[in-house]
Design a binder for this molecule. Structure first.
Ligand code: FAD
Length: 367
């Protein structure tokens, strides 16, 4: 339905403005849209606060948010991206990226600045503000940020991603700098290899990330790797489990080992205790916590439908949430899949961007 409105609209405009459907003609139509809609961005940003209505607010400046912004601003709709606590998102670190379409290899913190430049080129404005509150009860929606600024917005796209699940047991917070989390490792894989060399490494977790950290440790020369899994099985597809089975001489899996306490024995050496007290403790030369990630969706609890894991529920072909005019994309949604990836987040972001463009054009046509 939305797609057909878009086709009718474009055909109408092409019919009125252009004698033929030449490619340059289509470009002219988009240029015209841009000019029609770019009014509120002519002034400096502060004039937008407590004042004019913004077409599109994107909460989150990672792959999903920036890709959505590129689409909405390319179509001439004024678009603000709120960067939040991690400008550029999870990929904006020195992590090796080998699966971004069209780029054989890049560091994450080289890719993201390019994405920012691309969105900026079309007019996206990026603000270093955290969104603290959204009033979904009336339209335009009202967003409040940590700087106390208020923004009225027609459409919202949420792309707040995920955060590392921290180990919540005695000794974990006190020894934070001695433990390695997934994000620490991705920031400097070479350093992880060095630290793992010759060590008895303990990996807390049984999912895909835990498995990757297990193999990275072996690549770095770890003497042996022990995976401590809370339940009775690994959270891996069968083909990944086979890789682990093949290395059973150096990878030991301990099921039903839920860590209850951590004690430092000096340097990076730690003693792990388990909830089932009949199990003996375990001393490791290096401890890696790979306990999964949590969606950054607390802000939306009670306002949007979330699934059991706290992921925002969206309709897969539009990225529409349970509230009209509010979309979500990337790792924070229930469609990001078992192994969230930057390319998937970017694709979802673009789809959300196009849904917003369709909705805004439809509203313009109806008004
Ligand atoms: C260390 C690491 C390495 C990775 N390496 C790869 C890789 O090699 N290849 C690959 O394909 N994928 C990789 N991934 C996965 C990939 O980074 C994610 O799938 C992708 O970043 C998800 O994008 P996103 O936009 O959904 O969320 P994110 O990138 O997490 O971005 C979320 C954004 O939301 C913002 N935000 C949160 N709350 C608020 C708020 N209240 N107000 C305003 N803004 C807010 C954050 O500041 C951030 O900018 C890696 C992930 C990690 C953690």
């Amino acid at each position: 339905m939305i797609l057909s409105i878009r086709i009718i609209l474009l055909s109408l405009m092409l019919g009125i403005i252009l004698p033929s459907g030449a490619e340059s003609g289509v470009r002219d139509v988009f240029d015209m849209f841009r000019n029609m809609n770019k009014s509120t961005f002519d002034g400096p940003i502060p004039e937008l606060t407590n004042g004019g209505t913004i077409d599109v607010a994107i909460i989150g400046g990672g792959c999903a948010g920036l890709s959505a912004a590129m689409v909405t601003s390319e179509h001439g709709f004024n678009t603000i991206v709120f960067n939040g606590p991690m400008p550029g998102g999870d990929l904006n670190v020195k992590t090796e990226v080998g699966n971004w379409p069209g780029i054989k290899f890049s560091w994450g913190n080289n890719l993201i600045p390019d994405l920012i430049k691309q969105a900026n080129k079309f007019g996206t404005k990026i603000l270093n503000e955290d969104v603290l509150k959204i009033d979904f009860s009336k339209k335009p929606f009202l967003l409040t940020t940590n700087l106390g600024n208020e923004y009225k917005v027609k459409k919202v796209l949420i792309a707040t991603g995920t955060k590392e699940r921290l180990l919540d047991v005695p000794g974990a917070a006190e020894n934070r700098t001695k433990l390695l989390y997934n994000s620490d490792i991705h920031k400097d894989l070479g350093e992880y290899h060095k630290q793992a060399k010759g060590q008895k490494v303990a990996i807390i977790g049984g999912g895909v990330d835990a498995m990757k950290k297990t193999f990275y440790a072996l690549k770095g020369g770890a003497a042996e790797v022990h995976m401590f899994v809370r339940g009775t099985q690994l959270n891996l597809p069968p083909w990944r489990k086979k890789f682990i089975d093949k290395k059973s001489d150096v990878i030991k899996i301990h099921f039903n080992h839920d860590v209850s306490k951590i004690e430092s024995l000096g340097d990076k050496t730690m003693r792990l205790y388990f909830k089932n007290e009949s199990l003996s403790s375990f001393d490791a030369g290096l401890v890696v916590v790979s306990a999964g990630r949590l969606p950054r969706s607390d802000l939306f609890k009670g306002h949007l439908d979330l699934d059991q894991k706290g992921l925002i529920k969206v309709t897969q072909n539009t990225q529409q949430t349970s509230v009209d005019g509010v979309y979500a994309a990337g790792d924070v949604t229930n469609v990001s899949g078992p192994q969230p990836q930057a390319g998937i987040a970017a694709g979802d972001g673009m789809r959300g961007g196009y849904s917003i463009v369709d909705a805004l054009i439809s509203e313009l046509m109806m008004s």
